[in-house]
Design a binder for this molecule. Structure first.
Ligand code: 3HC
Length: 317
């Protein structure tokens, strides 16, 4: 018992000093569990997030756009792999993580359960969804768990390209023909509110935030990041000559922030529970991809075993 108290004190001292907690350090079981929960859901979000955009690779309007979209979707897959590796350092296997996704036990960001109905949605996703992800991930670069922070630093370097390419699509459309501008406005209408939901439920009902702030996993709360995102995005909407689908959006001089309308948390909960427009399609695609990729994993494992045996053999010889 005494040992645990000493270890807990040491853990808290490290947090206090702003030192990273590393995989081999002692950590409270709840700290480890909430990190596995958050990092794995982050990884699942990256991998499922490839699907809505992947849907437009064959239909990109020109070769340049196709090449950019291919690069972005490939980046997201890589982000997922970094994050699965960070989660594995906490003592959970890749198989277990993927099984949690494929059986619906694990969550992923609700935003990816919405369809991409026009090319403008690809612009809105890069601009708004990756813009919101950047807001959250820049904060997570300062998270207390070492492998997660290092993964975030690497991922954030690529996210700015994701956000800029999306905004460039929105600029091209909003400065184009009347039909193109309307496409951009329709995409903003579809993606604005689900993007605000990405930051999580209000702080008052967020079940994990108190611990995550205490353990410096989160350095800013859901509402703080959401507010920052709204404040920074409105000028971009105005440059595009578009309108945010929120009649209550208004600059509040006294607060120094934008006031905005109520988010539909019933919609959020329904989508998180699996009743979004694309939940079933997304999970079916992920389960199918995993099954189709089985032969690649088997071949890679067999090759690795053969190489290891060869190396061991040469050591003995
Ligand atoms: N979608 C689905 N579930 C969500 C959610 C969302 N947008 N926001 C919150 N939830 C879930 C939480 O997972 C939690 O459920 P759980 O306890 O079963 O895990 C519940 O709602 C209550 O939310 P909390 O605020 O208490 O949960 P957290 O403290 O974990 O905060 C979070 C939620 C801010 C999303 C936090 O988990 C986080 O920062 N995660 C890492 C970032 C991330 O996952 N981003 C997702 C997008 S990745 C992306 O967009 C990639 C880009 O390149 C395209």
């Amino acid at each position: 018992m005494e040992d645990t108290v000493k270890q807990e004190d040491h853990f808290n001292e490290k947090l206090e000093k702003g030192d990273f907690i590393e995989p081999k350090d002692w950590m409270p079981e709840k700290y480890r569990k909430t990190l596995i929960r958050q990092i794995s859901q982050h990884a699942h979000s990256e991998v499922v997030g490839m699907l809505p955009e992947g849907n437009w690779i064959t239909r990109a309007p020109n070769l340049r756009r196709k090449a950019i979209l291919l690069a972005k979707v490939q980046d997201e897959g890589g982000h997922g792999l970094y994050l699965y590796s960070a989660a594995e350092t906490l003592g959970i296997s890749r198989e277990e993580l993927l099984d949690q996704l494929h059986t619906g036990k694990a969550k992923y960001s609700s935003i990816f359960n919405y369809p991409t109905v026009t090319w403008a949605d690809i612009g809105a996703i890069g601009w708004l969804v990756d813009g919101a992800a950047i807001m959250n991930q820049v904060m997570l670069q300062r998270t207390s768990f070492g492998p997660y922070s290092r993964a975030m630093i690497r991922i954030c370097k690529e996210e700015s390209f994701h956000q800029r390419q999306g905004y460039e699509i929105m600029v091209a459309l909003s400065k184009g023909s009347a039909e193109q501008k309307q496409m951009a406005q329709d995409a903003l209408n579809r993606w604005w509110w689900p993007t605000l939901m990405m930051f999580g439920p209000p702080d008052a009902i967020s079940s994990n935030s108190a611990d995550s702030i205490k353990w410096k996993i989160k350095r800013e709360t859901n509402d703080e990041l959401r507010q920052k995102f709204v404040d920074r995005t409105i000028a971009q909407v105005e440059y595009l000559g578009l309108t945010v689908p929120d009649p209550k959006l208004k600059w509040n001089e006294a607060r120094g922030h934008y006031d905005f309308g109520e988010i539909d948390w019933a919609e959020f909960n329904s989508v998180v529970k699996g009743n979004g427009p694309c939940n079933r399609e997304r999970l079916k695609a992920r389960v199918g991809a995993h099954k189709n990729g089985e032969w690649v994993r088997d071949a890679a494992t067999a090759y690795a075993k053969k190489q290891a045996a060869k190396a061991a053999g040469s050591l003995v010889a």
